[in-house]
Ligand binder design. Structure first.
Ligand SMILES: Cc1cc2nc3c(=O)[nH]c(=O)nc-3n(C[C@H](O)[C@H](O)[C@H](O)COP(=O)(O)OP(=O)(O)OC[C@H]3O[C@@H](n4cnc5c(N)ncnc54)[C@H](O)[C@@H]3O)c2cc1C
Length: 435
């Protein structure tokens, strides 16, 4: 029987990992298997652009079936439910159709080695009303839902204004969480609103948008140096965003959000982007050690603390490299680097050699304020510590993270073609996805 390496989750980390495993491991001896609950992959940092309509996800998504054929791994559609460590099998939930009829019954997939790369979900910190009245940007379907609702509200306001141009009609959006996701979405919404008038909503423009960005901490973008975060705040305010910091949200209703100091902010759309945690089904899954955020605790080799054959990478793992150190942050660059280490360590493990520890290189943080600006800081020896960058150079570095992902999952040739196609699409395709 072939040695079976199973990767669950084909996201920023998992898809890069199976591509490398499929390309490198001898197919006569190894079966590489990817399990994902979706049939297509979209790089998660693009989701705020999908939500605002600035990006058509149909053009950027990757179908797992064709990708698997090209890279020499097998893809199974399914949702990981539990792990039977003794039998070395994972349990996949039944697959149902839209009407609730069972297509594939609950089943098991055996593994010799298992890598969990299932990402994260938004953390609502048990704030009342968030689950029922907020949209999260955890996956493509949620981003699509947000875009559809946004367009409906824009249409409503546009119709009101065509009947009565002096009407006080607005689309109000509250975004909770002043990290990268919240800030990038706020800016992207103004970009989208400005473009709408060219696509049939003649009476609508960005002055009809009221966006409030609410952050519990003392300032937005805590991962950036204060000066840059301040610059980003000013840029957002110049666009029209109301930025509130030091303002925890205590409740969300279908009408808006309430802050700790008692203010109620009316909002047609409420987005929760205030931090992430591991998905709940991971809690003590298969007897593995998890932290209080439902992330799987791993050793520096990225192996789980209780099972040498099971690894976890990316947002779903809790990885601290030195005692008392900070956990590796849930970022695409960390998932990318962990995929590289997991690949090396799987090679070493099957060869019976000692594994290498993961070393995280923080290349910095870059925030795209849509077409208006890009700010951030680069880290590393090359730039002598931390270097604040803005404008065109920052934009180029920001975009290069996605380009690295494209090259990692498609190879140099196809990856480069995809980058060129992306440029062509920017010129020939509509600036907004309106359906
Ligand atoms: C709007 C937004 C902007 C961001 N911007 C940046 C940025 O600029 N820079 C940066 O470094 N990071 C950014 N991030 C964070 C980054 O997207 C994540 O850190 C990264 O995607 C994590 O990679 P991952 O492989 O761990 O998980 P993911 O990329 O989330 O992939 C997880 C995969 O697991 C699958 N899955 C989940 N549950 C199951 C299950 N039960 N069974 C089977 N499959 C399952 C999912 O379908 C998905 O394909 C951003 C995130 C968001 C939401």
């Amino acid at each position: 029987m072939k040695t079976q390496i199973v990767v669950v989750g084909g996201g920023a980390g998992g898809l890069e990992l199976v591509s490398r495993l499929g390309a490198s491991f001898d197919r006569k001896l190894f079966d590489i298997v990817l399990v994902d609950l979706n049939q297509t992959h979209i790089w998660k940092p693009l989701l705020h652009e999908v939500a605002a309509g600035a990006l058509d996800a149909n053009l950027d998504e990757v179908g797992y079936r064709s990708h698997a054929f090209r890279w020499g791994y097998r893809y199974f559609d399914g949702r990981l439910e539990s792990i039977d460590r003794e039998a070395r099998q994972i349990v996949i939930a039944p697959i149902m159709d839209d009407n609730g009829a069972e297509i594939v019954a609950r089943h098991r997939i055996r593994f010799d080695y298992l890598v969990l790369a299932v990402g994260s979900v938004s953390n609502d910190f048990r704030t009342p009303g968030v689950k029922d009245h907020c949209i999260f940007l955890d996956d493509r379907s949620q981003a699509d839902r947000f875009r559809q609702r946004l367009l409906n509200h824009c249409l409503r306001v546009s119709r009101t204004l065509s009947v009565d141009p002096s009407a006080k009609a607005y689309v109000s959006v509250s975004i909770v969480g002043g990290g990268a996701t919240g800030v990038e979405l706020a800016a992207e919404l103004y970009n989208a609103a400005a473009a709408l008038r060219y696509y049939g909503l003649e009476t609508f423009d960005e002055s009809r948008l009221k966006v409030t960005l609410i952050e519990a901490g003392p300032r937005i973008l805590p991962a950036l140096p204060e000066k840059l975060a301040d610059g980003a705040r000013k840029e957002l305010e110049a666009l029209g965003v109301r930025v509130l910091s030091g303002m925890p949200v205590v409740e969300v209703t279908e009408e808006g959000v309430r802050t700790k100091d008692g203010e109620f902010i009316q909002a047609d759309l409420r987005v929760w982007a205030a931090g992430v945690k591991g998905p709940e089904f991971l809690r003590e899954i298969g007897g593995l050690e998890t932290n209080r955020n439902d992330q799987i605790v791993v050793r520096p080799t990225l192996q789980t603390t209780v099972d040498d054959r099971i690894f976890a990478i990316g947002d779903c793992c809790h990885c601290v490299l030195e005692e008392g150190g900070r956990p590796i942050p849930p970022r695409a660059q960390a998932a990318h680097q962990m995929a590289t280490t997991a690949f090396k360590n799987l090679q070493l493990l099957v060869a019976g050699k000692p594994l290498v520890p993961f070393a995280y290189r923080d290349h910095g943080s870059l925030i795209s304020l849509s077409r208006f600006s890009t700010v951030g800081s680069l880290m590393g020896n090359l730039v002598g510590g931390r270097l604040a960058i803005e404008g065109r150079i920052a934009r180029i570095v920001y975009v290069s993270l996605y380009r690295m992902h494209l090259v990692a999952i498609h190879g140099w040739l196809k990856g480069s073609v995809m980058i060129v196609v992306g440029h062509v699409n920017q010129v020939i395709r509509p600036k907004l996805k309106l359906h």
